[in-house]
Design a protein around this ligand. Structure first.
Ligand code: DQA
Length: 161
């Protein structure tokens, strides 16, 4: 199949960093009934293809299974991104440290929390997000489209004034 080259970002594009938390590197193999069959590479490719069509330049797509790496990436984005779209994985439910990192940059960076699955329709512990009160908003339950909606929401919030 020929490779699709996305158009170059517009000069005034909103800069978005994509962060994926633990176990999302296993997408495709991991509980396909819940998370679908697309790999993380498929999802990143779809995000990169979609972003320029809605005025967004993707700064980077990073995945880590380590809380500290995610925490480091958030303030590091202060001067390079206008928004972060983050799927914190299971850290969603207990990482006050990631929530604090998001709060620390919230004067400069819009943060959209996204989930592939509808966390509110699953086990009790998944209904609680300690990230949501720190984030600008949350999108859950739309599969890969959660990320695309997250990218659009980031654009809308960064450009709203
Ligand atoms: C997830 C939901 C979390 O509860 C879970 O731990 C994940 C994936 C989602 O995208 O649906 O790792 O964030």
């Amino acid at each position: 199949m020929p490779e699709i080259t996305p158009p170059p970002p517009a000069p005034n594009a909103v800069r978005v960093l994509i962060l994926h938390g633990p176990n999302l590197n296993l997408l495709g193999l991991r509980e396909p009934g819940v998370y679908g069959t697309q790999t993380l590479a498929d999802i990143d490719a779809r995000i990169r293809e979609y972003a320029p069509t809605v005025g967004v330049a993707i700064v980077d797509c990073l995945q880590s299974n380590h809380e500290g790496a995610l925490i480091d990436a958030i303030p590091a984005a202060r001067d390079t991104a206008d928004a972060i779209v983050i799927n914190p994985g299971a850290y969603t439910h207990y990482s006050h440290a990631i929530a604090d990192a998001i709060r620390a940059v919230s004067d400069r960076i819009v943060t959209v929390e996204v989930h592939l699955s509808n966390v509110h329709a699953r086990e009790e512990f998944r209904r609680v997000s300690v990230i949501a009160p720190a984030a600008t908003g949350q999108i859950a339950g739309f599969g890969v489209a959660s990320y695309l909606l997250g990218v659009s929401a980031a654009f809308a919030m960064v450009t709203k004034n």
